[in-house]
Structures are given as C-alpha cells and as structure tokens.
Ligand binder design. Sequence first.
Ligand SMILES: Cc1ncc(COP(=O)(O)O)c(C=O)c1O
Length: 431
Amino acid sequence: MPRMPDARTPCPGAGTSAFHLRHGEVWCEAVPLRELARRFGTPLYVYSQAALAERFAVLRAAFGADAQICYAVKANPNLTLLRRLHALGTGFDLVSGGELRRLQAAGLPTARAVFAGVAKQAWEIEAAVAAGILFFVVETPAELPLLAGAAAAARRRVRVALRLNPGVAAGGHAYIRTASTDTKFGVDLGAAGAVVEAIAREPWLELCGYHVHLGSQVREVAPYAEALERVLAFVDAAPVRRDGVTCYDLGGGFGIAYGTGAPLDVHAVAAALRPALAARGWSPVLEPGRYLIGDAGVLLTEVLGEKQQPRTTFVLVDAAMNDLLRPALYQAEHPIVPVVADPAPPRPVDVVGPVCETGDFLARGRMLPPCRRGDLLAVLGAGAYGASMASTYNSRRRPAEVLVDGERVALVRRRETFAELFADEIDLHED
Ligand SMILES: Cc1ncc(COP(=O)(O)O)c(C=O)c1O
C-alpha cells in the first residue's frame, strides 16, 4: 500500500507545532502519542525537546545576547530537562536548597544560578554561598544578617539583588499574583531604601541589581513596563541605590495561551524594557518557567469510562488532581484533545479523575466527543507545574515522564513502585 503523505496539521490548543496532528492522531515530534502510551502506560507526561529549544530561541532573540535567561526550576525540575536547558544556554532560578542540590546532582554549574525565596533556612544560604551562585535575591530584610554572616564565614563577597514589591497587580489567578501590595513577596518600595543602606554597610555583600517578579501567567506588556518605571523612580531617589548595580531581574511569569487568546508578546516586553536598561548599562535577567516548559509538555491519560448524572456527563480518566493539580488549585484551564480524532459530535463533559475529592477535575464543561474505555486524551500545556506539583495523594503513584527528541524517546522519570510509596514509613507493628 502506498505510504500516506506525512501531512501535519496543527493540534488545536497545543501552542507549539511540536505537538501536531498526523493521520488524525496527535504526535509529539516524530512519535505518535498512542505509541508512547502503549510503551510507558498512563498517566504519562510527554515533553518535546524541539518545543523547549524553540521557546528558548524566542527569548534569546527578544532579549539579546547579554540577557541571563535563568530557567525557573520549580516549573519542572527533572534532571534531564535541566541538563537540556543548560545545553540550550540557560542559567537557573532556584527557590530552595533542594533545587540547588538538584543542579549539583545533575552535575551542572551553579555560577549562573540565582536564588530567590521569601524565607531561606541557614543551611540553604550557606550551601548557596559555598556553591558560588550568580546572586542572591533578598526579599526579607531579616535574611541580611544571615547572608552577611555566611559570606563572612566563607570569606566570599556575595552579590545581592533586592526584590522589590512595586505594587503592580498582574498575573492570572489571585494565587499567582506576587507583586501587589501586601503579598508576602518583595520589599515594599517605601521600606526598600533602608534595606539598600543596610546592604551597603555589609562588607561581604554587594548590591548588584533589583528584582521584580510580577506573578505568573502574565499576558500584558504594561505591568512589566510599569514595574520597571517604579523601580527606576526608586533608584533615582538616592545615589546609593545605583552604586554597583549592573542588572535588572524582571522575573518570569510570561504567560502562555492555554488554548485561548495570545501568549505574552515577549518581543514587546523586551522592546519596552531594553532601552531604559541599556541607558543605565544594566543587563536583563529573566526567570521564565512556564514559557519554556509549559507548552513543551502534555499529560497523557486513558479513559476509564463515562458516567451520566442528572445534569452532568463525566468522562472518568486515569489521571487526577494528584498528577496535575492546577485545575483544582487555580481553576486553570488546560485544553484537552482526544489523541485519536473522533468525528462524532462533541458534547459538554467534565473530565475527572479517580481521586476522592469533588475538586478532582481536569476540566469542566469541556466539549469532547463520546469517549470509550481505553481511549486516550492529551491534556495540553501541562509541562509546567504539572509533574513538579504531583503528589501521591490517595496512594497513587506519580506519572512517568518521557522526553521526545525527533524520533528518539527517553524515559526521564520512571513510574514509582508501590513499595516506594511507603518505603520511608516506619511501621511500629503495634497490635
Ligand atoms: C521569583 C520567581 N521567578 C520566576 C518564577 C517563574 O514563573 P513562571 O513559571 O510563570 O515563568 C516564579 C514562579 O513562581 C517566581 O516566584
């Protein structure tokens, strides 16, 4: 039989051509998702190397060669992905000593890592000082004496970027807004002058820049511009606020489409910020998480059946809130598509998992064709804050993860065993 032409069509909602349709099925690069489900089982996270590379190239082109692009490890900390991102040219944004340990376990350099976090333990500070990271992001004044002490003990000068809270409300859900007044993040502009002076008094600390992270899933340019404007007004109020400053860390938060509207126009953000930064000789630092890995991953899940209640049709699947928490936690909307296209007319359904919580849903009121047990669905845009937030709630094993690179497929995290689920428990055998 003659081979059918290899026609690719876009997969609606995918946000990247790495996930596309061929012969009526969803593929990741040169591999059909159906084959991955058969080989590795479900639920399964599937990542695309090409999508990662494509997004990194967009950021590099927008922000230029002098930008430090520090991948936010929290979005997806898989060791292989960290190595692949490093190979593309990223540094790293860390928020815990555990993330630092991950970098070290992956054998990756720490010299281009930045370490943020509203409350750091002493051992985390000491470990990061010893590792010689690019800079600390200080956002809690009480951290300064600890940091200064650790730097003095190690006899190392430590660079500090002060995280400011500019009072700009931006981002998706309220839980992912971090720069509005009275969140726990950053130092309020009214209090920040005294913190700059305190840094300047410490012989082992040097102020190298300012940091603002607006929140996550920001899709407009204006908040980035407004935040920088407020930071510059703060900086211009006293020379000590400018001394030694060489960078502006605009954080991450670059929004992706999740099937509706447009992603953040990162070129427009760069165009709005770069002239002002260049005029001061400051270079940009970026901390993208979702923008790099969100669209680069999907969660594959198998249908276990359908269930009709008086007003709602439920599609029951084998992935649940423990595998992908975002819908339950943030009412996040992830596009969901059948892996094998079905021409039957779609109807509104709730896609839910087996976990014993009414909040256990992957989508509500979503248009999907009739689903039979054994059918596969792909939850799109699931690469960021999917696997990294997964838990073993209901004694469920977390999903396996695979990375696709052209025709090559690599298991980058195996599904844990049931024995591993309770391996750390100490059973007292009390009868
Ligand atoms: C300080 C900081 N930087 C970067 C990020 C990454 O955000 P996103 O994945 O939305 O780019 C976060 C997310 O919580 C953050 O808190």
